[in-house]
Design a protein around this ligand. Structure first.
Ligand code: SAJ
Length: 439
């Protein structure tokens, strides 16, 4: 009895596997990417330019309208050209209507929300994508989740929602995989082809098809197969590793300040040891990844994830500590004009999500200080209620300048700050002045 059912299962999977793999080989596989944001749009473009017929779905009509008019809505090197190539090939169709597809790839945001003073993942976009897919999914289809999620989401939440709403059975009728995105904004198209990919698959069939599919877009990158839980955790661990290391650097900066020594000199010298590589302290940790993902582990394992939580708290506290330093420098005189050099979350980009520099500016403003900002990568006169001035104007107007980001546009014009009072958070000016040997 047992053998018979196994044989039956083998044949049913075998029959379905061959056409799916053939379809990948001869580019007859249809792909729908759900979410046309920072990850979904470049992913859809990359698969389209690899020869697949791709639908780029988004619920935001404005985004679809813009794409249909031939313009990408994201600032990212070479993306517009790659998009035009995909459209000219006839392989990419932006749409706000979902339809049947061999493969669905979910690339929707997973922010966090506050719940009873705890930071937990907001999975509403993943859940609603899964519900939408349930209406169109057919036997043999594959659903790949690329969004960063807490452990036990791919099969246990997304898979379950599709089962409940479609009536199909996971691993018998349809398959799921988690293939977390790992690309760095500013280098997305390059990293999509050259970073290794981790694939967490619900069974061997899903692993084989997902691996084959992603290999069609990879140049240097390799595919590694594991279970869904390990893949989910792997993505979170990568960003948490970096967050913890930056927290160490930020904690050192606070200790060094108390000791009246230069933290940048300290780190430079410690890093001369062959097995030490301390990262850079700064204004704090921003962006939608490092500042968010570690909380997904804390949410699931609040008792165990003590170091992870502490690191998050240290990095979140850094902007508040910097505000205190600024107040001291300004002698608590609220008539003084404070200029914040850099408002985005890291150098040379326009992204403001979870930005520590912006947080510093807003705290100071809420305390009644006269705050000006300079964010050369944003062409607006105001950035989230902070007046945004060109460098020459802010240098002229501010009594105290706070250098929070090593934007190229600042680095090229550092001499403009020469005779100004500058609080250097990132160790550019002070560091050069003390002139550590070998630097
Ligand atoms: N930062 C420091 N000191 C450092 C390095 C960074 O303070 O020495 C700060 C930055 O200023 C910024 C924050 O950390 O505020 C995050 O910047 P980042 O460049 O470290 O990372 P992200 O958030 O832009 O991108 C990360 C990447 N993950 C890793 O490097 C492990 C990227 O590969 C991921 O794809 C991305 O998160 C994501 O989407 O998860």
């Amino acid at each position: 009895m047992k053998i018979k059912s196994n044989v039956k299962l083998y044949f049913s999977i075998h029959e379905r596997r061959e056409p799916m793999l053939d379809k990948i080989n001869n580019r007859k596989l249809s792909i729908t990417v759900i979410g046309m944001g920072y990850i979904g749009l470049p992913t859809a473009i990359t698969f389209a330019n690899a020869g697949f017929s791709v639908k780029g779905f988004d619920i935001n009509n404005e985004v679809i309208k813009m794409l249909k008019n031939g313009k990408v809505h994201i600032v990212e090197p070479d993306l517009q050209e790659a998009f035009e190539e995909a459209i000219n090939l006839g392989n990419l169709v932006p749409t706000n209507e979902l339809d049947k597809s061999d493969v669905f790839i979910i690339c929707v945001p997973t922010p966090f929300k506050e719940n009873e003073n705890k930071k937990i993942a907001d999975l509403s976009y993943v859940e609603s994508a899964a519900k939408m897919i349930s209406e169109y999914i057919e036997k043999g289809n594959l659903v790949i989740l690329e969004s960063t999620v807490p452990p036990m989401t791919t099969e246990e939440i997304m898979g379950k929602i599709i089962e409940e709403n479609s009536g199909l059975k996971l691993n018998e009728d349809f398959y799921v995989a988690h293939c977390p995105e790992r690309v760095l904004p500013g280098k997305i198209l390059y990293e999509l082809r050259n970073n290794d990919r981790i694939i967490g698959a619900s069974n061997n069939y899903s692993a084989e098809v997902t691996k084959k599919l992603y290999e069609t877009i990879l140049d240097k990158g390799k595919v590694y197969i594991t279970g869904t839980r390990t893949a989910e955790m792997c993505k979170l661990v990568e960003n948490t590793y970096r967050d913890i290391n930056i927290a160490f650097a930020n904690e050192l900066s606070i200790i060094a300040d108390k000791m009246d020594i230069n933290v940048f000199e300290l780190i430079e010298l410690a890093n001369k040891h062959p097995r030490v590589n301390i990262l850079k302290p700064g204004a704090g940790v921003g962006g939608h990844c490092l500042a968010v993902d570690p909380w997904f582990i804390v949410e699931k394992f609040p008792q165990e994830a003590r170091l992870i939580k502490t690191a998050r708290e240290i990095n979140d506290f850094k902007p508040e500590w910097i505000v205190k330093k600024i107040e001291e420098e300004a002698e608590h005189d609220k008539s003084k004009v404070i200029g914040i050099l850099g408002l985005s979350y890291k150098p040379n980009i326009d992204d403001l999500r979870e930005s520590p520099s912006l947080k510093i500016a807003k705290i100071l403003k809420s305390k009644g200080y006269n705050v000006l900002g300079c964010e050369p990568y944003i062409e607006k006169k105001e950035v989230d209620s902070i007046e945004n001035l060109p460098l020459n104007e802010i240098v002229e107007k501010a009594d105290l300048l706070v250098l929070t980001l090593a934007h190229n546009q600042f680095m090229e014009k550092l001499e403009m700050l020469k005779n100004k009072k500058v609080l250097d958070i990132i160790g550019i000016i002070e560091f050069e002045n003390i002139g550590v040997e070998g630097k």
